[in-house]
Design a protein. Structure first.
Length: 583
């Protein structure tokens, strides 16, 4: 499969808005030229109207300049609206790709990803409406102004070009001096925001153990560093903004003086009016560069956001959708499976081999850090294997399109995560709510009577992270979500960790009923209650397959091994003489 090129994805998104960008550039060109209308009006009034004392000429010139000014304002408004629509279209095109990339990153980092890329996308798209973009589009008009100055007199053109070179130098110096502190300030601000998000998600722990002041101090330090860097960048940028405006005013005055000097030497064609035209045209020529310097902080922020977006899309491109596959039946095969956490090389699982037929129930046991949760992530196709394969009906689980495979798979992780919404929406996986199927899943796990007792029944909001429910209730709703729609493969990671006796009974009944209907189960557990319904048992130790086989064969082996260990620990040391033999 060919890996998509993120830069081409970005370019394709830009290509969709290029026609609109070209229209905006054309509007900028015409509007930039119309800026000269008041100057030409003044020139004509002084040269033609005052000499001819013709009221009709004054009226016509006035109407023309009013029309030109109105057209200029309309074109500038249209350009701004066009650029904003370009930003909206760009965000609409790229948002799904960025959204998927964020979630792929969250899967590979155990949920530690943040929604910052979506904010970066908004920053980039909003920047298209920034005045700096309009100033960039007006740069070609500056060349027209240079040509006008050269037509008036080459000396004026060279003087204006000298001022432009000074402005470019100021822009470069401004970029060098402000880009680093602004970038660091943005990073510190993002770190401070992340600190707030983390502390809020762990508010109970923070409050119970008196950590609030320490957490607040850490956030305050990051915030102050961000503000300090922003102030440094703003002070630096402010100096260059003042310098740019000074250069612009100086160049306009210099052109006025040069025009007068040339006029006194009879070297300026067109008369005194050209003195004013040259001064105004020269000042307008530098206006786009001055505007870009004043908006440089927004430019740096947008460029940094774009860089982060491209890095995200580069590291986690959207894969091409594979050919649709038939619905699976539930035959699970694990072949020489080895795995490490994404981005690391330390092996967690090593050389696992087992096979399950549709409807079989596998129990996975082992001590802590044996690799059980990692196995769950591989069986559901969340993590890639470093060696070997996990296959469902012969198809690699990790490469299977999750939008296509997801409805056929159920998964209950250790940390049951409910999304903010109703009970029905969480059980129904936030798809089109099929209340009959939702109720069937709730009945399977023995939760229906509890749900209908809630104030709004299945429409009861669960709150953020299911906060209005107890741990056992969240776990049973997560279990109902896992079996919703009768999937062919269900992976349960510590499904009875928060369940009471009634919950344990409901869990066992759920597994027994659905396995009889052909659903394959993998149940990872530290508690032996659920083992009564498993057909096969897998024992993991230090990431390796210690034992696998029918439950009634593996359990006696474990019992014998445990008894042997106990006897070895209590047996006398080799060479010692029992007290009875010493008599």
């Amino acid at each position: 499969m060919t890996r998509p090129d993120p830069s081409s994805e970005w370019q394709q998104a830009l290509q969709t808005v290029q026609p609109a960008l070209r229209r905006a550039a054309a509007f900028s060109l015409v509007a930039g030229l119309l800026v000269l209308a008041p100057t030409l009006y003044m020139f004509e009034v002084y040269d033609r109207v005052l000499n001819s004392r013709n009221h009709q000429t004054l009226l016509m010139l006035t109407l023309l300049v009013l029309g030109a000014t109105a057209l200029m304002e309309v074109l500038e408004w249209t350009r701004s609206a066009t650029l904003r629509s370009c930003g909206t279209a760009l965000e609409r095109r790229l948002a799904p790709s960025v959204f998927r990339a964020i979630y792929r990153h969250a899967l590979l980092t155990s949920g530690s990803a943040r929604p910052q890329p979506l904010q970066d996308l908004r920053t980039v798209c909003d920047f298209l409406g920034n005045p700096a973009v309009g100033a960039l589009m007006e740069l070609p008009v500056a060349l027209v102004f240079v040509a006008v100055l050269a037509w008036i007199h080459p000396v004026l053109a060279w003087a204006a070009l000298f001022g432009a070179c000074v402005q470019v130098l100021l822009t470069w110096l401004n970029q060098r001096g402000t880009q680093s502190p602004i970038r660091e300030a943005n990073l510190k601000a993002m770190a401070a925001q992340h600190q707030v998000e983390q502390s809020m998600s762990n508010a109970e722990v923070v409050q119970a153990m008196g950590m609030l002041q320490n957490v607040r101090r850490r956030w305050h330090d990051l915030q102050q560093q961000s503000l300090s860097l922003q102030a440094r960048g703003s002070d630096h940028g402010g100096w260059f903004q003042a310098a740019a405006r000074f250069v612009q005013s100086t160049v306009a005055s210099m052109l006025l003086g040069l025009g007068a000097w040339l006029l006194l030497r009879d070297g300026l064609p067109g008369g005194p009016g050209m003195v004013l035209v040259g001064s105004v045209v020269g000042g307008r020529m530098l206006a786009p560069l001055v505007l870009m310097i004043t908006q440089w902080r927004a430019v740096v922020t947008a460029l940094d956001a774009r860089t982060r977006l491209l890095q995200l899309l580069d590291s986690l491109p959207n894969d091409d959708k594979p050919m649709p596959l038939p619905a699976p039946r539930g035959a699970l095969t694990v072949e020489q499976l080895a795995a490490a956490a994404p981005g690391t090389s330390t092996p967690i699982l090593k050389g696992l081999n087992f096979r399950l037929q549709p409807g079989e129930v596998l129990g996975v046991i082992g001590p802590s850090a044996a690799g059980k949760t990692t196995l769950a992530r591989l069986l559901t196709g969340l993590w890639p294997a470093t060696a070997g394969k996990v296959r469902l009906d012969g198809v690699d689980m990790h490469g299977w399109n999750k939008d296509e495979l997801g409805p056929h798979v159920g998964y209950l992780p250790q940390g049951v995560a409910l999304l903010e919404g109703t009970v029905a929406e969480n059980i129904g996986r936030f798809g089109l709510t099929d209340l009959a199927r939702v109720e069937a899943a709730a009945r399977h796990v023995g939760l229906h009577d509890f749900i209908v007792s809630l104030p709004q029944g299945y429409d009861t909001p669960v709150g953020p992270d299911g906060a209005v429910l107890s741990g056992g209730q969240r776990q049973r709703i997560g279990l109902a979500r896992a079996v919703y729609g009768r999937p062919v493969l269900v992976v349960l990671d510590e499904p009875n960790a928060s369940l009471d006796e009634a919950g344990d009974i409901a869990l066992a009944q759920t597994i027994r009923q659905l396995s009889a209907q052909g659903t394959t189960f993998v149940v990872i557990t530290q508690r032996t209650n659920v083992l009564v319904v498993v057909h096969k048992l897998l024992v993991l130790r230090e990431g390796m397959q210690h034992a696998f086989g029918p439950r009634d064969e593996v359990l006696p082996q474990l019992a014998n091994a445990t008894q042997a260990v106990r006897l070895a620990k209590t047996a006398p040391t080799q060479g010692a003489v029992p007290l009875a033999a010493q008599g």
